[in-house]
Design a protein. Structure first.
Length: 484
């Protein structure tokens, strides 16, 4: 039984078990049946470029993800491009976040709170989605959890000359997260709320303000520069009431966990750390979205560490209640609850690991193109962003002429390349006998809005006949032959 394990071993187990548990969850079905969706395709195709070309592209687009792209470029160079290389950093990051959350819970509310919090993090549905995602949000979550652990250790240890390395690590961690996604700076008002909650000493407040200001100052050039690329997020819909249902439920659950912890005012507790970490980033993003639509759960994924911490505190409170009368049952409570949660969430867990969990799959449609193409065929993409299929799987498009492309993505330092004017696209199309059109499946497709795309659709409709039409995992490839 765990109650007979020495304190030193319990101290190791409390973070090691959640780390290994979350790592196992992440490795389970990591390839998602060899599928890659459009967001991950952006990472894949950019990471495959030379570092100099990535730097040049960041001047035009996606500067907010620059550090992440350069990191993935190094990994692709060393390990090769694959779904494992693409997603394993996120798996390791969430596992590290689980270990940090467990360590925080153990410090603040005991062994069972830490173990419960660490095991809970990887099971949360939002975390399950980004646990196996080739994007930077899991890395941000790990950094936010680490910075929170550092802050807790500083508040526990009190003033001292040996605190400056931890303060420096805190500032550097917050800055690194901001360079991965500057909306992670919403962790700072969450930490400020914790400092206010526990009535931190003036010296601690001044040190925190200094290092937090340093992190913000370091990220400020990126923030200002990326604001010039804000049209990249213009597709995010305005905030509506139904979008607040999810955050409302999370805050309600978090409130129950905080109530179960029942901290004394001014005490450093799981509630004092977890509730601000959950609530403040969510409310902050809602506030920002009233000015400019930005509300996407992935931008505040790191707030799930606060929810996991509160769940762990609630489990520890249940263990304390059961221990006097049912000591054996109390020792099995946390593992039992986690086991029940795994079974209850099994449909979610399986769904997150299926290609259907994402809107499309760029690899599956590339396979269809490879099967349907013939020598001398041409290819079109509607919209132009669907060219990511060819960028991730260039071998499938060997021998096909990209009729609309004027400058490649690398040459134009963009994600999707630059296309020719509508008149040139029309003339090139009329000179073809057979054309493959790669677009979205009927379920998710939107009517063409760009003039170039309208021209492509009009010429195909007026002068060509459909001879093959395949839809697979959110994408569609249609083969057209010239009439007459």
């Amino acid at each position: 039984m765990l109650c007979h394990i020495s304190a030193a071993r319990r101290g190791r187990l409390v973070w090691l078990v959640p780390f290994l548990w979350t790592l196992a969850l992440g490795l389970w079905g990591l390839s998602r049946q060899d599928s890659v969706w459009r967001d991950e395709a952006a990472t894949w195709q950019v990471a495959g470029r030379p570092a100099g070309e990535i730097w040049r592209m960041l001047g035009n687009v996606d500067a907010v993800h620059g550090l992440y792209y350069l990191l993935m470029h190094g990994l692709f160079e060393f390990f090769g491009a694959s779904t494992t290389t693409l997603r394993l950093p996120s798996v390791l990051a969430v596992a590290a976040a689980a270990a940090c959350v467990a360590a925080i819970g153990s410090r603040l509310a005991g062994f069972w709170a830490g173990l419960g919090a660490g095991l809970a993090l990887g099971l949360l549905p939002a975390v399950q989605f980004y646990l196996q995602e080739g994007r930077p949000y899991a890395l941000v979550a790990a950094g936010a959890a680490l910075s929170t652990l550092l802050l807790v250790s500083l508040l526990e240890s009190g003033p001292g000359r040996r605190a400056w390395p931890r303060w420096t690590a805190y500032g550097v961690t917050v800055l690194a997260c901001a360079l991965l996604n500057w909306l992670s700076l919403l962790v700072l008002p969450a930490h400020a709320a914790t400092l206010w909650w526990v009535r931190a000493r003036r010296g601690v407040l001044l040190r925190w303000a200094a290092y937090a200001s340093g992190a913000v100052t370091g990220a400020l050039p990126l923030i200002l520069f990326s604001r010039g690329q804000s049209d990249q997020v213009s597709w995010i819909p305005p905030l509506t009431w139904h979008m607040l249902i999810g955050p409302g439920i999370l805050l309600a659950i978090g409130g129950l966990g905080a109530w179960a912890d029942r901290p004394d005012r001014k005490s450093l507790s799981a509630a004092a750390v977890g509730l601000p970490l959950l609530a403040v980033p969510q409310l902050g993003l809602i506030g920002l979205s009233l000015v400019q639509p930005l509300f996407l759960d992935r931008y505040v994924l790191f707030s799930m560490a606060g929810l996991a911490l509160l769940i762990g505190a609630a489990l520890a409170a249940a263990v304390r209640v059961c221990s006097p009368r049912f000591p054996t049952a109390a020792g099995l409570l946390v593992p039992g609850v986690v086991g029940v949660a795994v079974v209850a969430l099994l449909p979610v867990e399986l769904g997150r690991r299926a290609p259907a969990s994402r809107v499309d799959d760029v690899l599956a449609v590339a396979g269809e193109v490879d099967r349907l193409k013939r020598d001398g065929d041409a290819v079109l993409f509607v919209p132009a962003a669907r060219r990511d299929t060819a960028l991730v799987s260039p071998g499938a498009f060997t021998g096909l002429t990209d009729l609309a492309l004027a400058r490649t993505p690398v040459a134009s330092a963009t994600l999707k390349g630059e296309e020719a004017e509508p008149a040139r696209i029309r003339a090139a199309l009329l000179g073809q006998r057979r054309v493959l059109l790669v677009t979205d499946s009927a379920k998710v497709a939107k009517p063409p809005s760009a003039e170039r795309d309208k021209t492509k659709a009009a010429v195909l409709r007026e002068h060509f006949t459909v001879v093959e039409d395949r839809q697979v995992r959110g994408r569609r490839v249609t083969v057209y032959e010239r009439r007459g």
